[in-house]
Ligand binder design. Structure first.
Ligand code: NAP
Length: 484
């Protein structure tokens, strides 16, 4: 049993009536005597009601959007039509659902996108599908396709140029795979501008464990992403340091370090010559920006200010997650929704805590300011959401004589109501792009829901709980983050 599994706060123990292990000396043992109540003391019923209310409000918003879009099928550009030429992005779970739609939109804008997926076949199929179905927004800014498959896909689709997308293997159910991925990435020496921690699992009916002996949702949704983000931030900062040193001495790394800005400037010039709508990286089209683009800030200046952005994909269900706080591995009891909620609460906490640590530890080289943000992508009809609702709707009848009828009824209801109550992955891309591309000052350290900055559960904003979670993650992974 992992040592720190015992690390529950005195407050959580108090809430759930569990004994407080004296040896763990919890950080949060001293309750503030004044001010708002400790977030873990919010009554469970209020937490669950708040979660249900958020879901209900969002369903009504979805109904409104879905009906409006049916009446007027014209779809505006999801978020700003901004060129991302010269930018490099990693999207975990980019082979399906929200991750696929996000990867496609980033590639469409000219980013070099790496989808990090557990299954090589599904990953390659997604790469081919993105290449064959994605028309670049700024074709002149793209380098020629390197491989024959890319060229063929672009040509077959009639685009003349192919978007830059590739796959790397990453199984978030194995910490060793995360470490391998980060090491491979470090060796490649590519810059990293965007890390979208999107992959996830939701509510397996029975408690499952990963290869590392941890609760599946806790590790896949949170812990492995925590490790990945920390290792990739460290690798990117090392790369910048090496590039800065090489630039000072005029060594071989100098070109790599300065490539981004120069190449991007060349891309801008090329695209302008080709009549494209390319804007300087980091700026946005004031005419096409819907969701608070940067409003034309100088590209070079913004490039210097904005570094790596880490986007943690969370869920409105994070509000219920605090109810599982005292039993993070769901060993004492497993309730699929609460365990999922805990992993998503941990995503919000990680983004906020990472931001605090990035601010405390600014990267000395490259002048870049890194940022972290968490986003609820919306209620979206994907394998994950459909699977969860179906299993919740039919689980009670499993194995009984009513099972076939219940399954048919739930499927029928889903087919009828799903397209109204939920968004499609393509529709969720606007929300995701907002988290990825909105100016740093608007979103750094924040939680986004329904496409805007929102207030997360109070537990998610509690620095001491977040620091406790950070320590727990360090113990479980054996990785001591340089961001202290
Ligand atoms: N859909 C919603 O309504 C909703 C609402 C709130 C939040 N979210 C969040 O949105 C994110 C994306 O979910 P989705 O709805 O797009 O679901 P999805 O279509 O089922 O996609 C999930 C992705 O995660 C990948 N994945 C699962 N386990 C993995 C592992 N061990 N290692 C690497 N990748 C793994 C899947 O890969 P395989 O294809 O190999 O399984 C798939 O690519 C999740 O974090 C989810 O919690 C979704």
């Amino acid at each position: 049993m992992p040592r720190n599994q015992q690390t529950v706060t005195a407050v959580a123990s108090l809430e759930l009536g569990a004994p407080s292990p004296a040896s763990t000396a919890p950080r949060t043992s001293a309750l503030p005597s004044a001010g708002p109540p400790h977030p873990l003391l919010v009554p469970p019923v209020l937490r669950l009601l708040h979660t249900a209310l958020d879901g209900t409000v969002e369903s009504f918003v979805n109904i409104w959007h879905n009906i409006s879009e049916r009446l007027d099928p014209h779809r505006p550009e999801p978020f700003a039509a901004r060129s991302l030429a010269g930018k490099v992005a990693i999207v975990t779970g980019g082979n399906a659902g929200i991750g696929f739609a996000t990867a496609q939109q980033l590639a469409r804008r000219g980013a070099h996108v790496v989808i990090a997926c557990r299954d090589p076949e599904r990953a390659q199929a997604a790469v081919q599908r993105i290449a064959a179905t994605t028309k670049p927004l700024f074709p002149a800014a793209l380098p020629p396709a390197k491989d024959a498959a890319g060229k063929a896909a672009g040509a077959a689709a009639g685009y003349g140029s192919s978007v830059q997308v590739e796959a790397m293997q990453l199984d978030l159910g194995r910490l060793a795979s995360v470490r391998d991925f980060a090491e491979q990435w470090r060796r490649r020496g590519l810059p990293l501008h965007l890390l979208v921690c999107n992959a996830g699992v939701m509510g397996p009916p029975a408690r499952l464990e990963t290869a590392d002996g941890l609760e599946m949702q806790f590790q896949v949704n949170f812990l492995s992403h925590w490790l990945l983000a920390n290792q990739l931030v460290a690798a990117e900062r090392q790369r910048r340091t090496a590039a800065a040193a090489a630039a000072r001495t005029g060594g071989p790394g100098a070109r790599a370090g300065s490539r981004s800005r120069k190449a991007v400037a060349a891309d801008v010039a090329k695209s302008d010559a080709g009549g494209g709508q390319l804007l300087a990286p980091g700026s946005s089209s004031s005419s096409s920006s819907r969701d608070g683009g940067s409003g034309g800030a100088d590209g070079e200046e913004q490039e210097a200010r904005e570094g790596l952005r880490v986007v943690m994909v969370t869920s409105l269900t994070h509000r219920a997650g605090a109810l599982q706080w005292a039993d993070k591995q769901s060993r004492a009891s497993y309730e699929p929704f609460l365990s999922y909620g805990l992993s998503k609460l941990a995503n919000v906490m990680t983004a906020a805590e990472l931001q605090r640590r990035l601010d405390r530890n600014p990267c000395p080289h490259g002048g870049a300011a890194d940022a972290a943000v968490s986003v609820h992508p919306g209620l979206v009809a994907t394998h994950l959401a459909n699977g969860f609702f179906t299993s919740r709707g039919t689980g009670w009848a499993a194995g009984g004589p009513l099972q076939p009828a219940v399954e048919a009824a739930v499927r029928g209801f889903g087919d009828l109501a799903g397209p109204l109550l939920m968004r499609t992955p393509d529709q969720s891309a606007a929300v995701m792009l907002h988290a990825c591309l909105a100016p740093r000052g608007q979103v750094a350290g924040k939680y986004l829901a329904l496409g805007r900055v929102a207030s997360p559960d109070p537990a998610a904003e509690h620095p001491e709980l977040a620091a406790e979670l950070w320590d727990y993650a360090q113990e479980l992974t054996g990785y001591r983050s340089p961001l202290q």
